[in-house]
Design a protein around this ligand. Sequence first.
Ligand code: SF4
Length: 383
Amino acid sequence: MLSRRKFLRTALLAGIGAGLGFLGGCGLREETTPTPTHARPTPTLPPPTHEARFYTRLENGSVACGVCWRRCVVAPGKLGFCANKKNVDGTYYSLVYGRPAALQVDPIEKEPAFHMLPGTLIFCTGTASCNNRCKFCQNWHLSQQTLWDLRTYDAPPAAIVAMAQDEGCGAVSFTYNEPTVFYEYMYDIAALAKGAGLRSLFHTNGGMNREPMLALLEIMDAVTVDLKAFTEKFYREVSESSLAPVLRTLEVIRGAGKHLEIVNLVIPTLNDNLDDIRSMCAWIKANLGDDVPLHFTRFFPAYKLQRLPPTPVETLEAAAQIADAEGLKFVYIGNVPGHPRNSTYCPRCGETVIARVHFAVLKMALADGKCAACGQPIPGIWA
Ligand code: SF4
């Protein structure tokens, strides 16, 4: 929406240029750029024991990983792009299985999952690393690190499910770093959780391939997908990844009938072009339907994008109005606590069906998944 020049001028006038910083999602203020993970030397780790899934053995001892769109071909003794898997003598292993780096109880609204069990606590698990290299990552201290950079816990899947139950959580969640790069661990936790009567969901960049995704969706209840922008240029230059696999993933999840929510982090000067946002909203409606919740969230300076100020709220509001005009029914504004678009409104009568301030649910007016005022069904998982 803003040109770079106009935006930087505005930032300087407001005294918020480089060096002052803002509290972002992870409160970072450093001006130094962390060392890229993949530039670090390969460590000496204990021998891995958990074999990976969805890979094929090649004739020369290499393996081809089929979990995400990168389809790494990995020679013996080497790691995949995400550094979470290793080829040991022609067998591919997960290095992070049972080794989380982040365990936390969150409200489900933080996922964000606004149309699933409002007010529920979720037990969140994350590990090291990612298959993207997003310059704006709010969780770079996990996602852009490797297993050997981080302090980890010894937590097999049963321990995660037991902790979730002890903490009174209604669901397990896989988030903070990209769950695709700890697929085997996520799958086993979710399977155990399902057997224990817990729901499960995950937050992903959408880069998982179709076959592993379909297997996972058989035991998952919901997915939140980052649709980071609507141009290949942005994905290539800002995330070192690709848009096309994400669009395919969105269609796979919707086609499987699983609950889906989409997050678009709007970053000043990089992906705030309103024409692109209009194209994205039109694509969502045409390919996924008009009732997929869409969250426009506010960027705060983080990781390698310390010099960009936070997204103006007016930009988020303009994006939301475009989504409305394109016919999307559930459009939210995130990272702006107290904004009216934190809440859910009935698309038929306009009544507030879930009143929220940021992640807190203040009031619900839903009856059996329908608007209490007019009876309009509201899509989601409510019971
Ligand atoms: S999951 Fe990791 S090893 Fe497998 S294809 Fe993706 S980046 Fe490569």
